[in-house]
Design a protein around this ligand. Sequence first.
Ligand code: FUB
Length: 326
Amino acid sequence: MTAKPSFNQPLVTHLYTADPSAHVFEGKLYVYPSHDLDHERTSNDNGDQYDMEDYHVLSMDAPDAPCVDHGEALHVSGVPWASQQMWAPDAAFKDGKYYLFFPARDKDGVFRIGAAVGERPEGPFRAEPSWIDGTFSIDPAAFVDDDGRAYLFFGGLWGGQLEKWQGGSFDPSAEGPAGNEPALGPRAAELADDMLSLRSAPVELSIVDADGRPIAAGDEERRYFEGPWMHKHQGRYYLSYSTGTTHKIVYATSDNPLGPFVYQGTILEPVVGWTTHHSIVEWDGKWYLFYHDSSLSGGADNKRCVKFTELHHEEDGSIRTIRPYE
Ligand code: FUB
């Protein structure tokens, strides 16, 4: 099925899609979204309403060319360790193979991050027998640096269970830090050469303000919630993420892919629907923001649609704030 996209309009309308991770592979733009299902589920802070089962890969030959749905690339039934909730995925290419990274609950209900391997950017992808050892929580984002080193960023609060891992193992009763304490940061680890394991244990990324003070857990306009993304522009590393409860996509920068990151500002103002989730990609010399909102379903939080628009870095490296409905 195809559709002809335009800025700030749904990329496809025959499926509900969310959490778009965009990459240029083989000269085309590929989008790896979540696939929201058209069903009703209990809606709560645990995210039970986001009960997804599979992934479809989308592609476009050009920004104004039809968007192609390549069909199902991986289903939860093909993931030996997973039970449910195939949330926001990402993909990477290295040494002739494509890798799909995805979170799902294991058989005990604990979110883990898995990997699946394919020969083509659109899949199909074959899941590994177990999750990536050392991973937990949700929202993997893979970043391959210019020197070939690959990193996996991940983590999300509330339903994403990041609070439960503060002690290094899963504690179902653990709560987040107090409002005046440093917020929890996303986790990151370098991927090993096989792209299926971590080179070392994940570290917590630090996000600080312009004076070097950690962003506090109660600073909901700026603190990390979920949906990390990494891009590099003119030698600077940009970590962008969702603020969750305040519904913004914001960013912080560093000279190092593992930080510390200095908070900079807002990339995307709140969209229709509770969640906001994005990716940033350079394509033929221009930069694009891929994001989602719930406009296609008339505002149902768990029935979202992927959109895109152009993104601008200013001369000083800052990112121009996007107001998608103006
Ligand atoms: O799509 C399910 C979850 O909603 C994602 O993992 C989060 O980033 C939020 O978009």
